[in-house]
Design a protein around this ligand. Structure first.
Ligand code: THU
Length: 132
C-alpha cells in the first residue's frame, strides 16, 4: 500500500477518537487527501434528534470544500468493524460528486484494508451531468 494511504488511515483513526456517538456508540473516522497534499479529517457526530447524525466522511469532505479544497486524491474511512468499514449510500453519493475515480480506502481497527474506486461502490451514480 502507498505510504500516503497509510498516513491517511492513521489520520482517520485519530479523528475517529473524536466521534460524538452517545447513541449508537459506533465511532467512525475519515480523512480526505487533497491533490495539494492537505489532509482534512472528520468523525461522525450524532444528535438527540437521531436523524440529524452526520457521517464521518461527509464531515471530512465538507470541511475540505469549505476550506477551498475541491480536488481529492483519496479518502480513507475507518471503523471498528469485522471487515473494512464501508461507507453508507448517502456518503457514496456525496463522495462521487467530487470524483468518481477517487480511491476509497476502507479500513478497520484490525488493520484490514480494502481499496475501491467510488464508481465501483456507486455505479451509475446520479451526477451533475444528469442535470444538463
Ligand atoms: N456512520 C458513518 O459515520 N459513516 C458511514 O458511512 C456509516 C455510518 C455513522 C453514522 C452513525 O453515527 C453511526 O455510524 C451508526 O450508524
Amino acid at each position: 500500500m502507498k505510504k500516503e494511504y497509510k498516513k491517511l488511515i492513521k489520520e482517520a483513526e485519530k479523528a475517529r477518537k473524536r466521534a460524538y456517538t452517545p447513541y449508537s456508540k459506533f465511532k467512525v473516522g475519515a480523512a480526505v487527501l487533497s491533490v495539494d497534499g492537505e489532509i482534512f479529517t472528520g468523525c461522525n457526530i450524532e444528535n438527540a434528534s437521531f436523524g440529524l447524525a452526520v457521517c464521518a466522511e461527509r464531515v471530512a469532505i465538507f470541511k475540505a470544500i469549505s476550506e477551498g479544497s475541491t480536488k481529492f486524491e483519496a479518502i480513507a474511512i475507518i471503523g471498528d468493524t469485522d471487515k473494512p468499514c464501508s461507507p453508507c449510500g448517502a456518503c457514496r453519493q456525496v463522495i462521487s460528486e467530487f470524483g468518481e475515480d477517487i480511491p476509497l480506502i476502507m479500513a478497520n481497527l484490525n488493520g484490514d484494508v480494502k481499496i475501491k474506486k467510488i464508481k465501483e461502490l456507486l455505479p451509475e451514480a446520479f451526477g451533475k451531468n444528469d442535470l444538463l
